[in-house]
Design a protein around this ligand. Structure first.
Ligand SMILES: Cc1ncc(COP(=O)(O)O)c(C=O)c1O
Length: 385
């Protein structure tokens, strides 16, 4: 099993950072790559036309390995999840009454565009609620998603791991069901890809959209969109010169070309060759490939398991292991806990987590250690005593 990798980051020793779902810190190597990249702008004469293309191809190839596809040309660089989802909804037409399935409390960047699309076509957003009571809520939530997919379903737009409570969705089963009805499957992988295995080859999503600043350990305002064959002839939301055939020929750019480059290249954002973000993302994903998402899961499980058992004994509720991820853990706070006092305790002890409704969201990474969880449990115990 991996040891903790704290030395590869610059987090202060007295900080327990359990909030990767909010934003990851940078790897030292990624910081270095970013600074070096920033400095290249001091010598613009050294930036060649090739630098607009080759590093982008490299980052796509690197990310393609992580999401288990050989088709790196199906990946476009995007600035945000909302942009990626807008590219998707821009290419879907519906009939009145058609259904778009989303899940409860989905992240807004994977909701508003769907709402707009539904309004445009008089279609219906069908929100699959999380079961409120009883055991194995995530398991039953999965079942509810599967049951909701019918011949009316045109799109299922969701995530792999729920951003607020860590519920894990069985995308293979959901894909199978969508295939029966020829519904599209659009995934926001921002809270899972990088820390949890994702295989495009196996799941075959129609689109997988992902920001890099969380589990890909990359910069803000950068991300990736994988598009399946459905989108091959679609319309991008902007027309970047780079996305056209022969854009490498800088002296012939005004020989306007009607043809887009292969695969998903038409969807790449303007200035995809971001000279700072691209090398940073490449460096970060290479490190993740070396560690592997499987090993990140195993490590996060090993440092959190004991503390989670203790929290359950104290009256907190945690999803069963089979239906949750280990890098993003939703811990339901019992009513008798004074939330404000808890937040104050955490802040004093420099424990960083997110509060989402009546859940504490714990999102460790390889820079976290068992002692961070022990400290958290001690804080809670002190409040109860
Ligand atoms: C599931 C999920 N998707 C997307 C985002 C970010 O969206 P955007 O890149 O549109 O700001 C977040 C941020 O918290 C998120 O948790």
């Amino acid at each position: 099993m991996l040891n903790n990798q704290k030395d590869k980051f610059s987090l202060p020793d007295d900080v327990s950072y359990l909030n990767t779902s909010y934003m990851s810190p940078l790897l030292k190597a990624v910081e270095k790559a970013g600074i070096a990249a920033l400095q290249t702008k001091n010598t613009p004469f050294a930036i060649s036309p090739n630098d607009f293309f080759e590093p982008v191809e490299t980052v796509k190839k690197t990310y393609a390995k992580l999401i288990d596809t050989t088709e790196y040309n199906r990946i476009a660089c995007i600035p945000s999840v909302s942009y990626g989802i807008a590219c998707v909804t821009n290419n879907i037409t519906l009939q009145p009454g058609d259904e778009i399935i989303v899940i409860e409390d989905q992240f807004p960047s994977n909701y508003y565009s769907w709402k707009k699309l539904a309004e445009t076509y008089n279609a219906v957003i069908k929100t699959i609620a999380k079961p409120k009571d009883g055991e194995q809520k995530a398991k039953r939530w999965n079942e509810a998603v599967l049951n909701a997919i019918t011949d009316k379903t045109k799109v299922v737009a969701m995530c792999q791991v729920h951003w607020a409570d860590g519920s894990l969705f069985n995308l293979m089963a959901i894909r199978e069901k969508t295939n029966i009805y020829k519904a599209l499957l659009i995934i926001d992988g921002t809270q899972s890809v990088g820390a949890f295995p994702f295989s495009v080859a196996k799941i075959q999503p129609d689109a997988l959209i992902c920001a890099t600043y969380k589990w890909l350990l990359g910069p803000y305002a950068f991300g990736f969109a994988y598009f399946g064959a459905y989108f091959d002839n679609g319309s991008p939301i902007e027309e970047s010169w780079v996305n056209r055939v022969d854009s490498e020929d800088f002296s012939g750019l005004t020989n306007y070309n009607d043809n887009y480059k292969a695969g998903a290249n038409r969807y790449g954002m303007g200035e995809s060759a971001n000279f700072i973000s691209v090398p940073m993302a490449t460096q970060a994903i290479n490190q993740i490939l070396e560690w592997t998402p499987e090993a990140i899961q195993e490590y996060c499980y090993s440092i959190s398991k004991e503390a989670l058992n203790e929290l359950e004994e104290l009256g907190f509720t945690i999803e069963d292991d089979a239906h949750r991820a280990h890098h993003l853990i939703g811990v339901k706070i019992p009513d008798f806990i004074d939330l404000e006092a808890l937040k104050k305790q955490f802040s004093e002890r420099k424990i960083f987590v997110s509060f989402r409704g009546n859940y504490i969201r714990l999102s460790p990474h390889l820079y976290s250690v068992k002692a961070d969880f022990t400290k958290l449990v001690q804080c809670i115990k002190a409040l109860i005593d």
